[in-house]
Write a protein that binds this ligand. Structure first.
Ligand code: DC
Length: 237
């Protein structure tokens, strides 16, 4: 990291799947006019690239080579909507959002060498005027020097309901009970792995989003940023 990088503020937003990180991170980044890093999408993209290359996801060395060489790019959509995720030239935005892709990402994310391979790529998102970094280890590993750290959480039942609604809206066939089981299994794997397990960073502000509206959580996170960086008022808040 150069000296110039160290003065670019970072807000880390970590938490389990379905805690609202994606929606909240996007809204906060827009309000602040900052860049956004969706680190989960990078792990999902590597899992996808490995699958496309016919790599056995339990083969750590082969998956790591894939993490080192896969070309992963984020593109702003022309018509608003979801940021497109381009993997080796293919628009994989929809494929990487399935529960299977999430489970694959969680499995390959447990390999230390895969995490090392993706470390610098994630750090390269730190650009002026600031970065909102969404993930599991943003505050604990990737941006330990972040100015503000937030940990979002919610009950497993509430997170399963949110995922259910999102997937149904996309027309995918899912059941609430299977989603709850998958969420609990993924939480367990992400929180108990040896490297960079999911946990709040030291000093992180922990926000339980169960039963709280997106607007209220966004306002709370912006207050956290303002308390640390009062000279950076949010746009439109
Ligand atoms: O946030 P997400 O659901 O898109 O992440 C998918 C998986 O990727 C998650 O279950 C664990 C892994 N991941 C990680 O290990 N570290 C991150 N910073 C982000 C995601």
């Amino acid at each position: 990291m150069t000296k110039a990088d160290s003065v670019i503020p970072v807000l880390t937003i970590d938490g389990p799947s379905g805690s609202g990180k994606g929606t909240i991170s996007r809204a906060v980044a827009d309000a602040l006019g900052w860049h956004l890093l969706d680190s989960g999408a990078i792990y999902r993209a590597v899992g996808y690239a490995a699958g496309m290359a016919g790599i056995d996801l339990s083969d750590a060395a082969a998956v790591t080579r894939c993490a080192e060489t896969a070309k992963i790019a984020f593109r702003d959509p022309k018509d608003g909507g979801e940021t497109r995720v381009i993997v080796n030239g293919h628009d994989a935005t929809d494929e990487i959002r399935t529960e299977t892709a999430g489970a694959a990402a969680s499995a390959i994310a447990a390999f230390p060498a895969v995490r090392t391979a993706l470390f610098e790529k994630q750090r390269s998102f730190r650009k002026a005027p600031g970065l909102v970094a969404d993930g599991r280890d943003m505050g604990t590993v990737v941006f330990t020097d972040a100015a503000c750290k937030v940990f979002l959480t919610a009950s497993a039942e509430e997170r399963a309901k949110r995922r259910y609604k999102q997937l149904k809206e996309k027309g995918l066939a899912v059941t609430l009970s299977s989603l709850l089981r998958e969420i609990e299994a993924r939480d367990e794997r992400d929180a108990t792995r040896k490297v960079a397990p999911l946990k709040p960073a030291q000093g992180a502000v922990i926000i339980d989003t169960t039963g709280i509206s997106v607007a209220d959580v966004v306002a709370h996170v912006l207050e956290v940023v303002r308390a640390v960086l009062p000279q950076r008022p949010a746009k439109g808040h």
